[in-house]
Design a binder for this molecule. Structure first.
Ligand code: AGP
Length: 376
């Protein structure tokens, strides 16, 4: 069945606006039912992983995540989630590098291949190599029955629905949702997460679509910000902790569809080089949501400001300080810090979308890019 734009001017816009529904589709079958008895409240359902020896994975083995592009950014977030919530060690590899660096993978390890299309040649080959070395292969895919889904030992589908735009949006946020669910599941099985904490995270995931709707409600305000900065030719995106992969993804979105140069950096890294780029012509998007690291992020923001950089801050609703520090502010609802990456990705997608549209770019089919890269 042909997928239509349903009144949106581009598939990308349609797919951005589908995210509340897409996250619901990813999570609903895995979340405990409302009214679940006390014990079930913190347990997401992963029957596919029943045979996985999770305590051994945590104590004597490791997870290797393999992906490219946007899916690699999800994997980077997955490392933070798995290690912090489940205490399971994770390595993240660019699939295109993995096979050529003589990776150390052993029987008992879990290789997680993340791919929207399930057809990315590098990710396919990396998964094959990890399995050859003895790892169990787990695929996180959107496209059902795709090559990677078929070649893995186990598959988890994100159920985001067809993603037509070359620039990935809902596939990314649903990958993040799946990785969060998985981290909670693993955390329960290693004992790293209490039932209460797990139940709180799952409640947060259940309520996330409403928060996403609130973010999407700011699309017009984000378009105004895009108009203000449309002449900029270099952008920086800064984030710390889980916001770091989101910053990388925000910069990739802008590069892909507007052909404007953008770099994502961890906040703490800017003083090691990129701060030299900063002047009054460089907008710096700072992910400054409340939570661990907030004060350090503000310190980075001040460093940028002191050098004349223009700040577009992404902050939590209710933040009273940020308005004095930033040139533009986008507020997102308060959610658990582990769920912030999903929410924070959306304004950055909208910003890239509007900047590309204002420049008259071919938003859905950017030059030189294909939706899935089936050659190595
Ligand atoms: C995303 O906006 C990109 N077009 C690209 O980086 C993509 O994420 C990458 O090619 C991986 O694709 P996959 O998830 O289908 O494997």
């Amino acid at each position: 069945v042909a997928v239509e734009k349903q009144g949106f001017s581009h598939f990308m816009a349609k797919e951005i606006f589908e995210q509340p529904q897409a996250i619901r589709a990813t999570t609903s079958g895995r979340l405990p039912r409302a009214g679940e008895d006390d014990l079930g409240r913190g347990e997401p359902s992963f029957p596919e992983l029943a045979e996985l020896d999770v305590p051994a994975l945590a104590a004597r083995a490791k997870v290797t995540m393999l992906a490219c592009g946007t899916s690699w950014h999800a994997a980077l977030a997955g490392k933070y989630l798995f290690e912090q919530l489940a205490r399971v060690p994770v390595e993240v590899d660019l699939a295109s590098e993995f096979r050529y660096r003589q990776p150390i993978v052993r029987p008992g390890d879990l290789a997680v291949a993340i791919s929207q299309s399930g057809e990315t040649a590098d990710t396919r080959a990396a998964l094959m190599e990890a399995r050859r070395l003895g790892a169990t292969g787990l695929a996180i895919c959107n496209v059902v029955d795709s090559s990677i889904a078929r070649e893995a030992d186990r598959v988890l589908y994100t159920h985001a629905g067809p993603e037509i735009s070359v620039a990935s949006t809902k596939a990314f946020t649903t990958q993040l949702a799946m990785l969060t669910l998985l981290a909670v599941h693993l955390g329960r099985r290693t004992g790293a997460l209490t039932l209460e904490r797990a139940a709180g995270l799952l409640d947060g995931l259940r309520e996330l679509p409403v928060a996403l709707d609130a973010v999407l409600g700011q699309a017009a305000a984000i378009e105004i910000i895009a108009r203000r900065w449309r002449s900029a030719r270099d952008w920086l995106y800064l984030g710390r902790g889980l916001a770091f992969p989101v910053a990388l993804e925000g910069a990739l979105k802008l590069k892909e569809i507007s052909y404007v140069h953008a770099e994502g950096y961890a906040c703490g890294e800017i003083k090691h080089g990129p701060i030299a780029l900063v002047d009054e012509r460089v907008p710096v998007v700072v992910l400054a949501l409340e939570g661990p690291g907030y004060h350090k992020t503000l310190a980075s923001l001040e460093e940028v400001r002191a050098r004349g950089g223009k700040i577009i801050a992404l902050a939590s609703a209710g933040d009273r300080r940020i308005g004095d520090l930033a040139d533009d502010v986008i507020l997102v609802p308060q959610v658990d810090p582990y769920l912030q990456p999903i929410l924070a990705s959306v304004p950055l997608q909208l910003l890239a979308y509007h900047l590309a549209r204002l420049e008259g770019r071919d938003v859905d089919q950017p030059r030189n890019l294909a939706k899935s890269v089936t050659v190595e």
